[in-house]
Design a protein around this ligand. Structure first.
Ligand SMILES: [Zn+2]
Length: 198
C-alpha cells in the first residue's frame, strides 16, 4: 500500500496485519516497488516496532530487537522477502539465504508454557518469532499454495489467501483495491468522453 505522502513510521499510517502469517506481516512493514526497493518505511524508529507488535497483540517481549540494530532488522526483512518472493514465483530459494532467515529460531526458546497454555518467551526477539512463523509457512505445502502478492502498484505486500473462493488479489480493499477501482472508473469515464466526442 503506497502512501508516498505519509511520513515514514507508524505515526501517521495505520498498522494493517493482513498477511495471515507473522513473517508476511513483517515483510509488509514496508511498501516495495517492482525492483524490490523500499519506497515507504514503517519501521523508521524502534518505537514503530513497539506500535506494530502491540497492534498484532504481541506483548511482553523484553527486547524485541535483541542484539540487532534497526538497520540489521530491516536487512533481515529484505532477506526474508527474497526467500518469500522465490517461493511465490515457484523457484527454490538460495540454500544459504533460507538457512540464514531461519537460523534465528535456534537463538533460544521462543515459546514457553504459560498459565493459559503456551505463549512467546519474554526473552524471544522479533527475529525469532518471524523465523518461527516463516518456517511453519515454508514447511506446509497447503499454506504455500495460498501465498500471493498484492497486485497494487508500489505495494509488494504478501499474504496467504485464506478466502473461501481463493480469489483474493489485494492486500486491503480500502487501499490498493479501491485505488485500482478508481483507476478503472476514470479510464472508463475517459473512454466514454472519447466516444462522445466522435
Ligand atoms: Zn497492496
Amino acid at each position: 500500500m503506497s502512501i508516498e505522502t505519509a511520513p515514514p513510521g507508524y505515526s501517521h499510517t495505520p498498522v494493517r496485519a493482513i498477511g495471515n502469517n507473522l513473517s508476511l506481516d513483517f515483510i509488509n512493514t514496508a511498501d516495495w516497488n517492482g525492483a524490490g526497493e523500499v519506497i515507504h518505511e514503517k519501521l523508521a524508529a524502534p518505537d514503530d516496532i513497539e506500535i506494530w507488535l502491540d497492534k498484532l497483540g504481541i506483548r511482553g517481549l523484553a527486547s524485541p530487537l535483541g542484539n540487532l540494530s534497526l538497520e540489521e532488522l530491516r536487512a533481515y526483512r529484505r532477506d526474508m522477502r527474497e526467500v518469500v518472493l522465490s517461493l511465490y514465483r515457484g523457484h527454490a530459494p538460495k540454500p544459504e539465504r533460507l538457512q540464514q532467515v531461519l537460523s534465528p529460531m535456534c537463538d533460544g526458546p521462543s515459546l514457553v508454557p504459560q498459565a493459559s497454555g503456551i505463549g512467546y518467551a519474554p526473552t524471544a526477539t522479533l527475529q525469532q518469532l518471524v523465523a518461527m512463523h516463516a518456517a511453519s509457512m515454508f514447511s506446509a505445502p497447503a499454506t504455500r499454495k495460498q501465498l500471493k502478492m498484492c497486485r497494487g502498484d508500489d505495494c509488494g505486500w504478501f499474504f496467504l489467501d485464506q478466502s473461501k473462493t481463493g480469489r483474493r488479489v489485494w492486500c486491503c480493499m480500502e487501499t490498493c483495491g479501491n485505488r485500482a477501482k478508481a483507476r478503472r472508473f476514470s479510464a472508463r469515464a475517459k473512454e466514454k468522453e472519447k466516444r462522445a466526442a466522435i
